[in-house]
Design a protein around this ligand. Sequence first.
Ligand code: GLU
Length: 435
Amino acid sequence: MSVKSKIRVRIAPSPTGFVHVGNVYGALFNYAFARKNNGTFILRIDDTDQKRHVEGAEEVLYSGFEWLGIRWDEGPDKGGQYGPYKPSEKIDKYQKIAHDLVNQGLAYEEDGAIKLKSPKKDFSWNDAIRGEITFPETEVKDFVILKSDGFPVYHFNSVVDDIEMEITHVIRGEEHISNTPRQIALFEALKASPPVFAHFPTLRNSEHKKLSKRRDPVDLRLYREAGYLPEALVNFLCLLGWSHPEEKEIFSINEFIDKFSLERVRKAGPIFDSKKLDWINGMYIRQLTDDEFIRHLKTHLSSDTNDEFLGKITPLIKERINKLADAEDLLKFFWEKPQVEKPLFENEQSTLHIASALETLRKVPGWSLEEINSSLKKAIEEKGFKTGDFYMTMRLVLAGKKVTPPINESMEILGKEETLSRLETAERVMTFSPR
Ligand code: GLU
């Protein structure tokens, strides 16, 4: 096997200061393709645009991908034989190569910049995702490769590095299709055979428009903060871009790698459907053990809650939430008394519900769930209440809202004293304040 036949792929994100979900999506294809074929996956940070330099951007990239569990084999942080992995560290190299092209008559200087001469021919390639693509001769005019400030343009450093790093497959978004003819022209000028190109479709929002950082939540950190599990987000992104041969929707990254092929990459613009993401995330949350769930939950709660409490509430909410950040809203009433006001209670029997609950629960000898359940059930039957209405009143009294964890279980956790105290507060509110 020749050296060149070992598969080598790269992602080349710009250091923009955030990881775009589209970067993750593209990274997954490259990562899976490399792993599946025993190849090498490389991170190159496309940092030649000095004007757009953002402080700390590299760390954001590293921590984002680390959270996702996506690791590269070579990169600025890992090193490797083909470094440096930041073009800004080899500017002199690009300059030398550009001048070599001038000396060979393939490029020329103009106003201090260096331009590649148009090869004046059609360009076509067999795209591994889209098949044959051809651009007419007019597409590639003479173009700048080295700016007058001595910095390479993206096309140039990208092609030089793809050659030097022995990249075999360039797998990237469809927005780069129109760049490909100029890059092929550069590969040919540099007497290198172009890699295989594979252009996957760009992610779109629910209005079928390309995800944009102004319009859409594209920053990876937002997903982490909202309590998406990295495995779920990865599963979702894989599913957007690729179809599982058995049409499965829930699968691990290892299964993705195992079954991956460029042929199965979807060709139509995938829609970033956040409802689907929530559903997938919910599936992953339910697969967590209680201990894992608690560990994740802790990082998403404002209150310093103890493990005993978390252990009790876990069975009440693990089945109910799709994002860890939703837990705060659902649980806040445990450590924060709710605002209870009269207009909250729409049912005209609310006052009776409260009075009866108070009377009954005061008499309960202990405070087991069993006792709470049976005594309230009896009260409801005796008074002829509608069960649903009665418990809605209890939710409003204890939590101040209609959606809560199972309410008798919540009473048990709140404790007898606190439950009675909230019922008493509600009774006062219903009796004395104007409607
Ligand atoms: N910096 C470019 C991007 O993030 C790299 C494109 C490429 O893969 O060639 O889109």
